[in-house]
Design a protein around this ligand. Sequence first.
Ligand code: GUN
Length: 295
Amino acid sequence: MSAQILDGRSIARDIRREVRLEVAELTKRTGLVPCLATILVGNDPASTTYVRNKVRACMEVGIVSVGIDLPADLPQDALLHEIARLNRDPSVHAILVQLPLPPHISERLILETILPEKDVDGFHPSNLGGLLAGSPLFVASTPLGILELLTRSNVAIEGKHAVVVGWSVVVGKPTAFLLLQQQATVTICHIKTRDLGFHTRQGDILVVAAGKPALVTGSMVKEGAVVIDVGVNRLADGSLVGDVSFPDVAAKVSLITPVPGGVGPMTVAMLLKNTVHACRLACGGASRGGVESVH
Ligand code: GUN
C-alpha cells in the first residue's frame, strides 16, 4: 500500500476562507471585530515563527491581532500583570501566551491566570476539565485541528482503535479525549511506554506527538492505518521532520500527514476559529462549546 497524503495546507486554506466569511458576518451583525492578543516572551526562533504565522493568518481573515513581545528575563509578576490587563480589556477577546516560557516563569500559573473565556489555547484547567466533562469553552487548536483533518478527510472514528503517542497538555491528552468523545477506543502511550511498537501496531488511527524524530518506523504501524504526525523537529542539516519515519510508514498505511504541511496549518486555522468563538462569547452570542459541536 502507498499512502495518500492528508493535505493540511489545503484543508486549512478552506477553513481560513470560511472563517473570513464568519468574521465579516459577525462584524456586520455586532459591530465587533474579533481581537487576539499574542504574548511572546524571549526570542526563541521557532516560537517567533509560530507567532508570526498566527498573526499573519489573523490579518488574512480580518481578525485584529495585538502582538506583545517581551524580553526573556521579564519577571514573572510583570507577565502576570500583562495578562491581568488583557483580561480586563473588553476590546481583547482572545489571549495566547506562546509556550514554552523561560524556566523562571511558571507555565501553570500563567495559564491559570488567563480568563477561561479568553483562553483560545484551551490550556486553562477549567477548559481542560471541561473537555473531560464534554463541555469546554475552548479546546486546544492542535487537537481540534487533528479532529477536523480526520473529519474533513472522511476518516470514520467511531469504534476505531486510536493510539496517541504523547501525553502533553498541548496535544497528547486533549487529542486522546477528543477521540474518546468521538467514540474511538483510545490508548495513550508516551516516551516511557514499554514495547511502544506493540501498542502503535494496534492503531487504526495513530497520532504521534512525542517530539522525537523517527520514533515511529514502518514496522510499528498497522497496514492501512491513518497516521497523524504532530512532531516538528529541526535536524542538524536544517531540515524539518516529524516523529514518524515518513518513507517506510507511508509505504504501509492508507493516509498520512506530511511534515511540514500536515497538522501545523490546521493548528493555525483552528486558532482563528477559536478566536471568532471568543468574540461570540464576549457579545453573548455563543453557548458553551461542547466538543460534539466543536467550533
Ligand atoms: N507551543 C507549541 N504549541 C503551542 C500552542 O498550540 N499554543 C501555544 N500557546 N504555545 C505552543
